[in-house]
Design a protein around this ligand. Structure first.
Ligand SMILES: Nc1ncnc2c1ncn2[C@@H]1O[C@H](COP(=O)(O)OP(=O)(O)OP(=O)(O)O)[C@@H](O)[C@H]1O
Ligand SMILES: [Mg+2]
Length: 270
């Protein structure tokens, strides 16, 4: 491991599902303590990028390295050691349905050699408290709302205090106040642990409030079209797609479909 190498570096990554190209030419660097945003329209490949960053999908081309170590060049032992430093909240929350919320949150803590069973439970209850789910520790995932499942997934990801945290749409399904609290929670985790956080979000207030850096993936050209701090991109990036996204405007060349844009009445609208 090189001391001066970035915590995470992606170089000329190409992501494909079979023949289907999702994104190409993705390069980025994330240093310790950075809050990094992955932005772009629906379907551009944000979740797919996160899955490449946590070693769930191998690159079609290019490299993903941690501390200068190429994740896919090493053997499974090296990969497993690197993965121990990641926490991940999936877009779907991905909780184990047969386990209670408390058991779900305890699970990754089992890798933690320093904690015995009582210590794991205490830690799990502490993080459930942070995300406002302490009273629901003994519930099963099916008994929680979408936003609550998301918070349970977040508690599971942050429990071991990993140096690298990946959060796929952590505030989706949260009301604005919970979303604001989540921003504070992410800042607090960074302050206390020095972790870097990579997050996918469509929430403009969160992007502008907490992200230090970011990348914008374009679904049409299938490559990144902007790099930088979201609030600076909002003020200075003149790419029409980035501008429209960060100012929440319709792109002039791509008006919303009439059926989607028109208010609907009666049964069947949602
Ligand atoms: N396992 C898979 N096999 C084949 N195609 C996939 C697979 N997973 C995702 N895709 C496709 O890859 C593209 C990117 O998907 P992805 O979920 O990464 O988008 P996204 O940017 O996260 O979108 P959203 O904002 O809606 O979550 C989509 O067209 C999707 O259908
Ligand atoms: Mg996604």
């Amino acid at each position: 491991m090189a001391d001066d190498a970035p915590l995470l570096a992606v170089d000329a990554l190409e992501m494909r599902f079979g023949e289907r190209l999702i994104q190409t030419g993705v390069s980025l660097k994330i240093e310790k303590g950075t809050i990094f945003a992955v932005m772009g329209g629906s379907g551009c490949g944000k979740s797919t990028l996160l899955k490449h960053l946590v070693g769930l999908l191998p690159p079609a081309k290019g490299t993903v390295s941690y501390h200068g170590v190429d994740y896919w060049a090493g053997d499974e032992e090296v990969r497993s050691a690197l993965r121990a430093g990641f926490g991940m909240l999936f877009q779907s929350a991905a909780l184990w349905s047969s386990m209670t919320i408390l058991e779900n949150v305890c699970l990754p803590l089992e890798q933690h050699d320093k904690l015995d069973e009582a210590g794991r439970e205490a830690r799990a209850r502490e993080v459930l408290e942070w995300v406002g789910l302490a009273p629901f520790a003994d519930f099963y995932p099916s008994d929680l709302s979408g936003g609550m499942k998301k918070r349970a997934g977040l508690a599971r990801a942050i429990g071991p205090e990993p140096p690298l945290l990946f959060l796929d749409e952590p505030s989706a399904g949260l009301d604005p106040i919970s979303s604001r609290n989540l921003d504070e929670l992410i800042l607090d985790i960074r302050r206390r642990t020095g972790a870097a956080v990579v997050f996918v979000s469509h929430e403009l207030p969160s992007l502008f409030a907490i992200a230090d850096d970011g990348i914008f993936l374009d679904a049409d050209s299938k490559h990144p079209i902007a790099h930088g701090k979201p609030s600076e991109l909002r003020d200075h990036c003149d790419h029409p797609t980035v501008h429209a996204f960060l100012h929440r405007e319709a792109e002039p060349s791509r008006p919303p479909a009439a059926a989607e844009a028109a208010p609907t009445t009666g049964a069947g609208s949602s």
